[in-house]
Design a protein around this ligand. Structure first.
Ligand SMILES: Cc1cc2nc3c(=O)[nH]c(=O)nc-3n(C[C@H](O)[C@H](O)[C@H](O)COP(=O)(O)OP(=O)(O)OC[C@H]3O[C@@H](n4cnc5c(N)ncnc54)[C@H](O)[C@@H]3O)c2cc1C
Length: 434
């Protein structure tokens, strides 16, 4: 039964209307629903290693995403108020101003986000209840066959158990609210300049020429699955380096939640019914389980995700040589394959998975540099930065995470194997003018 009360939905990394549990629950249970998003000012400051948390590529993508969310919410008669401030300041004030009975949001579990959530809940008006959900997983934590502390340290053991004994929930669709739910929005979405960046054009060679937002996420999914049917070849092409279609490119939309991981899962199932199942269609789900796995490891190991000794608590003799770090960032190391990848990242905010593994291995295992600095640089530049996947993968490659074999990439051999003709290197090395 619906009660005549007001819910505020605070959007964070769940910038979509489809399959959004907090939004769905708010709409199902409350008559008045209001959306709010706060561009967090502290994300645009420099952190301990000297990089901004968010550089221009992710900032642009985020702005496009929030604009699209606002349009999509409007179709449901829901207003989205946006601010450029600190969420812990804005959200309690907003709830107070709108006399909110409840605040809905997506649960986060890394320290800074937990601090923000704590600060918000402490300042909320007495009458405002809190409802939050883990909504970023393929397999919700309450549905997996492990206690969080017993999550296996080896991916294969996790995957096999999950594949047998966990279920993926159906996606949720929201019905429109009444016209009267919409209230005039008097908080304009900030511009790129407001966030501290100049406007810029995308590099013509970028492998990620897409815009942010749920609408574009669906276009991309439709293209990759049903129009081009590239999904049927994904396993063969996923180690590619050039062009838009060697892999799905879903990660930036997944990272800010403008695409639900469960939507992808069910679209793979639909595709398999229509066009046949093969190793490639399975491999897409396999990779999405990797994504979940890093989130579960982060839930289990908490702040060890960010510590130099990693989740394995291993001590190595890491260096912090500023000259070596700069040469890696600028694509001026002794290895041209590493250099090409680093230039691609600097000019586009994108790098392939193969590239990421190589440059991270080179940073940590050849140059022996403090892996957290490399991870912080990735955090700043990547359009698809996701805290769990980034820090988890960096640990994995650096030998302090969950790689049972602690492998080192031979970057020379890797470039011969994956860039045999040198086309990838020449595409990006021509820009090496810094
Ligand atoms: C050092 C390092 C840092 C990384 N940092 C990030 C990051 O910040 N954000 C991020 O989303 N991914 C990160 N990855 C994982 C991976 O490189 C990207 O997810 C992938 O390249 C995104 O391209 P895609 O969407 O076309 O992937 P596809 O190959 O099409 O895969 C589909 C989806 O599966 C998931 N996935 C694939 N590979 C991985 C993986 N190794 N770990 C976790 N999930 C995976 C992603 O959600 C991806 O969108 C990192 C990998 C390394 C080695």
């Amino acid at each position: 039964m619906q009660i005549k009360k007001t819910a505020v939905v605070w959007f964070t990394n769940n910038l979509r209307i489809e399959d959004n549990k907090p939004l769905y629950e708010a709409c199902a249970k409350y008559e008045n629903v209001i959306g709010v998003y706060c561009f967090n000012k502290s994300d645009f400051n420099k952190t301990q290693f000297g990089f901004k948390k968010i550089e221009k590529f992710r900032a642009k993508f985020l702005l496009e995403t929030v604009k699209d969310l606002s349009k999509n919410l409007l179709k449901l008669n829901i207003s989205l108020f946006t601010f450029f401030s600190l969420p812990e300041k804005i959200i309690p004030q907003f709830c107070c101003q709108h006399n909110a009975d409840v605040l809905f949001f997506q649960n986060e579990f890394t320290q800074e986000e937990l601090n923000t959530i704590k600060a918000i809940t402490q300042k909320l008006p007495k009458k405002t209840a809190v409802n939050s959900y883990y909504d970023q997983f393929l397999f919700r934590p309450e549905s997996i066959p492990f206690q969080i502390n017993d999550i296996p340290e080896i991916f294969t053991n996790f995957r096999k158990e999950i594949e047998k004994n966990a279920k993926v929930y159906n996606t949720l669709s929201i019905t429109s609210k009444a016209d009267s739910n919409f209230i005039k929005v008097d908080t304009p979405i900030p511009t790129l300049k407001d966030l501290g960046f100049q406007d810029f054009e995308l590099n013509t060679n970028t492998a990620f020429p897409f815009q942010g937002g749920e609408t574009n996420a669906y276009k991309r999914l439709n293209h990759y699955f049903f129009i081009s049917r590239k999904l049927s070849f994904y396993k063969k092409t996923r180690n590619g380096l050039l062009g838009i279609d060697y892999s799905s490119k879903f990660s930036p939309w997944l990272a800010n939640g403008s695409l639900s991981v469960r939507t992808i899962y069910w679209q793979v199932k639909k595709y398999e019914q229509e066009h046949g199942k093969n190793q490639s269609t399975y491999w897409m789900i396999f990779e999405l389980i990797w994504r979940d796995y890093f989130k579960f490891l982060s839930l289990k190991h908490q702040n060890n995700l960010f510590k130099l000794t990693g989740i394995k608590q291993l001590n190595y003799n890491w260096k912090r040589d500023a000259h070596l770090i700069r040469s890696w960032i600028d694509g001026k190391t002794s290895n041209q394959f590493v250099n090409a990848n680093m230039i691609e990242l600097k000019l586009t905010g994108w790098m392939s998975n193969r590239g990421r593994q190589n440059v991270a291995s080179f940073f940590a295992k050849d140059l022996l540099l403090d892996w957290r600095i490399g991870a912080a640089y990735f955090e700043s530049l990547l359009i698809d930065f996701d805290v769990h996947s980034n820090y988890g993968n960096w640990q994995y490659v650096s030998g302090v995470g969950n790689d049972p074999r602690n492998r080192k990439f031979n970057v020379q051999l890797q470039s011969q194997r994956y860039d045999a003709t040198g086309k990838y290197r020449s595409t990006w090395l021509q820009h090496n003018l810094f």
